[in-house]
Design a protein around this ligand. Structure first.
Ligand SMILES: Cc1cc2nc3c(=O)[nH]c(=O)nc-3n(C[C@H](O)[C@H](O)[C@H](O)COP(=O)(O)OP(=O)(O)OC[C@H]3O[C@@H](n4cnc5c(N)ncnc54)[C@H](O)[C@@H]3O)c2cc1C
Length: 398
């Protein structure tokens, strides 16, 4: 291959660029990213960067001078608008076109919003640096009452940061137990207790019906509260919507790629075209282990997939399978939560060290007598030891 375009200049795209050079690719390398930013890391956006204790420069994914070392040709602030894989053409939003031998799709996703809330002042989602700056500006203007919709990892982290800023926070969660679809009810409950410990009001089984607003003059409408199904009104000056994301695949319409809740790939992250691979939050691959179709929305997955995808792209066929570790972390209040493996909410949970009451414990998930996952709150040492017991199949294709 003499030319490769990476579409999406964030974590998965940056790792793909680094891997391409590590794996010996010395041709042209374009990185097309719609944000007006050099590649940056997202996890701090809900934590230290939102709190104002971390600078933008500390989010950089590339070291100083690394883009020149890797010989990357950046197209920042430019969207890919169409892909024609058969003719190897990518149409860009500035009217230009790239004609390349290989394509890495790394377009991640966009936050899910509450219907009908676009353009209402005080209502935020959180995916980008600009989102975080806009939210921080609202959080630090007076002492706003904050309502976070969704008690998943990002919602919980935002609530934690807002409490750190001394704000009144209510978290609304539609499920009976936060994170129960990921962690199961027992460990979801253990995480939910962190909110209570730190003075955040957590309301479970709370389904949002809509937002109340007031006329804010030239600024349009401003949020005044959240209305729940059942009629209750919760006053709010700032509402943060953390209800998941939607894969950014609209630019692939008509491309001939399998697009359905992400970009469909085989077990090696290769699409229906051997010269097009997908990585990160946007990739929906068929697991070589279970045969099921999976898409992850976590940092380690996005970073780890790049090496496998790039090997297969350069080989022109699927030479390696992707087998994820399932590692996820979340920092909430002063606690670190870690999860590894692929637990199902119905797996048997055993606390193997500490107790949830101490907010320091480790638990394993067992299925048919086999350890399929490890969870820890504030015990990284034991977590790291136990996670090695989770079986990981070989990645080479026979
Ligand atoms: C606030 C926040 C906190 C998080 N915290 C954690 C955490 O603590 N632990 C954890 O494991 N994970 C965390 N994550 C998840 C992790 O950051 C993501 O899994 C990771 O960013 C995925 O990387 P990606 O490169 O696949 O996609 P993204 O980071 O979404 O990047 C995709 C890029 O592609 C660009 N793009 C989209 N469409 C186009 C197009 N048509 N043309 C050009 N460019 C395009 C986008 O603008 C974006 O820059 C967090 C995420 C967020 C938002």
């Amino acid at each position: 291959m003499k030319s490769i375009a990476i579409i999406g200049g964030s974590l998965a795209g940056t790792r793909a660029a680094q891997e391409l050079r590590v794996q010996g690719y010395d041709g042209q390398l374009f990185v097309v990213g719609e944000e007006h930013q050099q590649p940056y890391d997202r996890p701090p956006l809900s934590k230290a960067f939102l709190a104002g204790t971390l600078d933008r420069s500390e989010l950089d994914l590339l070291d100083a001078g690394e883009d020149a070392e890797l010989d990357l040709q950046f197209r920042t602030g430019i969207r890919a608008e169409r892909l024609d894989p058969a003719n190897r053409r990518i149409a860009l939003s500035d009217g230009s076109e790239l004609v390349v031998d290989g394509v890495v799709i790394a377009t991640g996703g966009r936050p899910r919003t509450l219907p009908g809330t676009d353009g209402i002042s005080g209502v935020h989602v959180l995916r980008t640096v600009d989102d975080a700056l806009g939210l921080r500006a609202d959080l630090t203007a007076g002492s706003p009452r904050v309502v976070v919709v969704g008690a998943g990892f990002i919602g919980a982290e935002v609530a934690s940061t807002c409490r750190g800023l001394g704000l009144n926070v209510t978290v609304l969660e539609a499920l009976d137990t936060p994170l129960s679809r990921v962690l199961g009810p027992q460990l979801g409950t253990a995480c939910a207790q962190l909110h209570d410990d730190h003075g955040t009001v957590l309301r479970c089984g709370a389904v949002v019906d809509g937002l109340s607003t007031t006329d804010d003059g030239a600024n349009g409408r401003r949020v005044t509260g959240v209305d729940l199904v059942g009629g209750e009104h919760i006053p709010a000056d700032v509402v943060v919507v953390g209800i998941g994301m939607i894969p950014a695949t609209e630019w692939l319409a008509g491309s001939g790629l399998a697009v359905d809740n992400g970009v469909g790939t085989d077990s090696g992250l290769v699409t229906g075209f051997p010269n097009v691979v997908a990585v990160g939050d946007v990739a929906r691959y068929t697991s070589a282990v279970s045969g099921t179709v999976v898409r992850h929305e976590h940092w380690t997955n996005a970073a780890d997939q790049a090496g496998v995808a790039v090997t297969n792209l350069l080989a022109g066929h699927t030479a390696r399978h992707y087998t994820p570790t399932g590692y996820v972390w979340s920092d909430q209040y002063s606690s670190t939560i870690q999860l590894s493996g692929h637990p199902h909410p119905s797996d048997e949970v055993t606390i193997v060290d500490g107790t949830p009451q101490e907010r320091r414990f480790v638990a394993t998930y067992q299925r048919d007598g086999v350890t399929v996952g490890v969870f820890a709150m504030n015990n990284a040492k034991l977590f790291n030891r136990l996670r090695r017991q989770i079986a990981r199949p070989a990645t080479a294709v026979g």
